[in-house]
Write a protein that binds this ligand. Structure first.
Ligand code: COA
Length: 337
């Protein structure tokens, strides 16, 4: 009888463990007020609206005001996500901010955000995985929740790329924009996040980088974004196809089971290529790159927020998020809404 009761209780423990999932219970987004159109850029560098639209799908992007930092953008997006979730600052017990453009070298933008939110004494840290940052941060928060280490995580992607662009370099400055997106991820007894898949390969670190650093009070190297556009394009298309298939296979799902693809919004041609390889019509793909440009770690949560708020994403649907960025890093998160 003793052995039986041990067995029974271990089954209960297993069941309890297996019933612990994470779910997104609120989303929020914030875009700075100032809009920079392709026509504005025509007056700044030798480019054209036609070139930018045909190569990237971008028509405009938002630019942070001089006084706005990544933590300020993050604060706006977080408040909206927390309001949607019905969660107060003191109920947040983990903050992860994905950013490549932090307020300062340290403290982390997550700690600064925690203070601005009045969120109290919970773990807070930044994730640096460039445009895959939000996928990395969401996967990390999911693991904290499933391990029983927190109940309500605030996961944010926030970027002010306008600060790390060389505004005289037409091959890069037309591509990016500023913004922030946030989600509240809470413990739940039903999924939620079904699986997450993270990858990195540092061999490709030089094809997309901001290679500058600070030493002895001086900037060493180039503090602006540099990119081998064509190499990045080919690499992105290849690894995104691999990672979306990895996510589908792990969950025994077909591409046709996915209701919404929420890709990192780098370039409409990369997005279309992934959709085509999945055999997915563009009607099932959430696209914001036309209006936001590439907002790096903010792009996926901004696109998610748009599709949640306009009612496209409905309860029970399968949502697949995927991203790729400098490092190189890439990953996907598959969830049931
Ligand atoms: N306006 C006009 N012409 C431009 C331009 C601009 N903004 N930027 C580059 N050009 C020119 C180039 O100088 C080149 O001219 P040349 O043929 O006289 O040398 C020409 O356009 C073609 O350049 P190329 O780089 O071959 O264009 P492309 O078709 O590969 O498109 C990108 C360039 C950047 C749009 C494309 O490579 C891309 O999207 N790459 C991925 C970028 C990305 O998503 N990065 C983030 C990943 S997270």
């Amino acid at each position: 009888a003793f052995a039986e009761s041990i067995c029974a209780s271990s089954i209960i423990v297993k069941r309890r463990r297996s019933m612990r999932y994470s779910r997104i219970v609120g989303t929020g987004g914030y875009l700075p007020e100032k809009v920079l159109t392709n026509h504005d850029l025509e007056r700044m560098v030798d480019t054209s609206d036609e070139w930018i639209r045909s190569r990237t799908g971008i028509t405009q992007r938002h630019i942070a005001a001089d006084h706005e930092l990544a933590s300020d953008l993050a604060l706006h997006a977080s408040r909206k996500a927390m309001e949607a979730a019905g969660i107060k600052a003191e109920e947040i017990d983990l903050i992860i901010v994905a950013t490549t453009t932090p307020d300062m070298i340290f403290p982390s933008t997550a700690c600064i955000l925690q203070d601005k939110l009045g969120a109290g004494n919970c773990p807070a840290f930044d994730v640096q995985a460039v445009c895959s940052g939000f996928v990395y941060a969401l996967a990390t928060a999911d693991m904290f929740i499933r391990a029983g280490r927190c109940r309500n995580a605030l996961v944010v992607g926030s970027e002010v790329y306008s600060r790390i662009l060389d505004w005289s370099d037409r091959s890069t400055c037309v591509l990016f924009g500023d913004g922030a997106g946030a989600v509240v991820l809470s413990q739940s007894d039903r999924p939620g996040i079904l699986s997450s898949h993270l990858h990195a390969d540092g061999k490709h670190s030089k094809i997309l980088a901001v290679p500058g650093s600070i030493c002895d009070g001086k900037v060493q190297g180039k503090p602006f974004l540099i990119m081998e556009g064509n190499t990045v394009f080919k690499f992105a298309v290849k690894v995104l196809e691999e990672v979306v298939h990895e996510a589908l296979a792990e969950n025994n799902l077909q591409a046709s089971d996915i209701d919404w693809l929420i890709p990192h919004q780098a370039n409409i041609r990369i997005i279309q290529s992934t959709a085509k390889k999945l055999g997915m019509p563009m009607e099932k793909v959430v696209v914001t790159v036309d209006k936001h440009g590439n907002t790096s770690a903010a792009s996926i949560p901004l696109a998610l927020d748009a599709a949640v708020r306009d009612g496209r994403i409905k309860s029970g649907q399968h949502v697949l998020m995927e991203g790729v960025g400098g490092g190189f890093t890439w990953g996907a998160v598959l969830l049931r809404w």
